[in-house]
Design a protein around this ligand. Structure first.
Ligand SMILES: C[S@@+](CC[C@H](N)C(=O)[O-])C[C@H]1O[C@@H](n2cnc3c(N)ncnc32)[C@H](O)[C@@H]1O
Length: 313
């Protein structure tokens, strides 16, 4: 296991400032990972405060901070090893119906990328897997070897913006009719002939598309966002870091309009939608040049923050 650095938190100070943490409050970190954001939240909480942290990858559990005075874990922290799409359900099991703040730092951790056998990275050979939660059955192998050509085309086009997504889908189907595509290397070699442009960039887009599909990343994000307005207390904050435009668009539209639809294009229709959230960041917060230099994985990060309205509209 390569565990020198599990994950370097992105936009750490910006998230903590944006959440405007109340020391006795209840907070949720939807994506615990290496626990960088979670530990910074805990530092702001008093002994009465509480943090509920989700991560669907059981590996994240090993990053739980130790507790005080011989306690194995920080007693203010509850870890839930499940998908954040079930946010409300698991909070209810903890007798929590409303919270002061919610954050999510979407996507995969550096640990998941750097663990060769997880199959997320184009850099290592491994089985085509890409599951964040290894309890689920759908893997990248299943997607590549069983999805229809049309479905594959749509995934590569929408989730990866792969330039020749139609040719890619067609070629995959032609090849798998002869031999199944089992490994990262086998997959890349089989498709070498049709790569457009820089192969690293090309396969990064292809792998991003597969990863989003395998983990239903957009579906989980939508379900989580829809639970936020009813979970937040008036004045409570939500902070979400996204890493690609598909995620960012969902967050932006939901914060502004309470729905995932694109804004009305007709300039004569200009009614402000009634939403339960006030947008705090009119434009997304981006990492500084310094952060990008120190942590290149922060490059595509965008942070958006919203606040639950004080008085019900
Ligand atoms: C970018 S990392 C978070 C890093 C963390 N903020 C830190 O400071 O170390 C994203 C983490 O969220 C988890 N994750 C992604 N989508 C999830 C989902 N739908 N439900 C639960 N966990 C998820 C991943 O397993 C990964 O560990």
């Amino acid at each position: 296991m390569n565990d020198q650095v599990y994950h370097v938190p992105v936009l750490l100070n910006e998230v903590i400032e944006g959440l405007s943490i109340k020391p006795d409050g209840i907070y949720v970190d939807c994506t615990f990972g290496g626990g960088g954001h979670a530990k910074a939240i805990l530092e702001k909480l008093s002994s009465n405060g509480k943090l509920v942290a989700f991560d669907q990858d059981p590996d994240a559990k090993k990053n739980l901070p130790a507790g005080q005075a011989g306690m194995q874990h920080d007693e203010r922290l509850v870890f839930i090893s499940h998908n954040f799409r079930h946010l409300q359900r698991f909070l209810k099991l903890e007798n929590i119906t409303s919270v002061d703040g919610i954050m999510a730092d979407l996507g995969v951790s550096s640990h998941q990328f750097d663990e060769a056998e997880r199959g997320f990275s184009t850099r290592f050979n491994a089985e085509l897997d890409m599951r964040m939660d290894q309890r689920q059955t759908l893997t990248a192998y299943e997607v590549v070897n069983t999805y229809t050509e049309q479905k594959l085309h749509k995934i590569f086009e929408q989730y990866g913006e792969v330039t020749n997504s139609k040719t890619l889908a067609k070629t995959i189907v032609q090849i798998r009719n002869v031999v199944s595509l089992k490994t990262v290397e086998g997959f890349k070699n089989a498709l070498r002939e049709i790569v457009k442009g820089n192969p690293n960039k090309y396969f990064a887009q292809v792998f991003q598309a597969l990863r989003i599909e395998v983990n239903d990343e957009l579906g989980a994000l939508k379900e989580m966002l829809q639970q936020i307005p009813s979970l937040l207390k008036p004045g409570g904050r939500v902070a979400i870091i996204t890493f690609h435009s598909l995620e960012d668009r969902l967050v932006k539209n939901f914060f502004r309009r309470g729905s995932f639809d694109e804004p009305e294009e007709n300039p004569y229709i200009n009614t402000k939608p009634v939403t339960e959230l006030n947008v705090i960041t009119k434009k997304p917060v981006l990492p500084t040049e310094k952060e990008m230099k120190l942590n290149p994985r922060s490059r595509s990060a965008k942070l958006r923050i919203a606040e639950k309205v004080m008085i019900e509209k």
